[in-house]
Design a protein around this ligand. Sequence first.
Ligand code: CAO
Length: 264
Amino acid sequence: RSTPPQPTSTPATKPTPPMAPPTPRRVVGADEKVTRPMDVITKAMTKAMTQALEVPHFGYKDEIDMSALVNLRQELKRSRDPLLQKLSFMPFMIKAASLALHDYPNLNASVDVENSTIIQNLSHNIAVAMDTPMGLIVPNIKKVQDLTLLEVAGELLRLQELASAGKLGSEDLKGGTFTLSNIGSIGGTYAIPVINPPQVAIGAIGKIQVLPRFNAQGEVIPAHIMCISWSADHRIVDGAAMARFSNKWKACLENPSLMTLYMK
Ligand code: CAO
């Protein structure tokens, strides 16, 4: 009588090892706490934001129809140039802020209360809030008024790469004159941004959402809507100036082709 063939290979599925017993959860007391020292970024944020509390903030919000820019970006994504493919909304918003600051320079200033003077910054050094693995960092792009959109995009990329690697130098961090914070790249519609002293204005950008809006013919159409929340120092910036500045910024973003006419 022949013996049945013996299996030559190991079975495909290994027996699962017995599960490790769960680590018993430590029972914590109702008043128990853990104390840790602040890191450098949190210390700087605490100092700047405490200083900002002394500034009487004024808030102003509006919505921007980003449909034309969304279409333009889709066209650029089809380009062969990697820089054009990667061009995000931020360089447009930064350049539009510079064009608006040109008309409303009081928003690119600081206040010297002791000497009752307003110091107007002649250069548009636009700071951009960046969410990094280390926390919130706000480097700035110098002399945006003299840069093309692509140069702004290149600078933003350079700062983003340095910020993510924790390698931003003090030159890139100091000297900002106006801030934009694109919290909408993470989420949210509105915010109450806090001024970054000694600056006098900041804008928080909300998430672009497709929402129903009326066109010129009164028909309901899908539109790419983005909200902007501005905060300004009410000691030197009044509501009318903020609204006019915002209108100019909005006009640039809603008509990107018009915006190019004002660029150097
Ligand atoms: N709404 C919807 N989508 C947005 C958007 C918005 N407002 N902003 C950016 N996006 C999209 C971009 O289009 C991109 O998607 P696609 O390439 O697929 O189109 C994607 O989000 C990623 O963009 P990004 O974040 O890499 O680039 P960015 O230039 O738009 O923004 C930066 C750069 C540094 C501003 C951003 O990464 C960031 O850190 N944002 C957080 C800022 C923050 O924390 N603010 C709070 C400060 S107060 O505590």
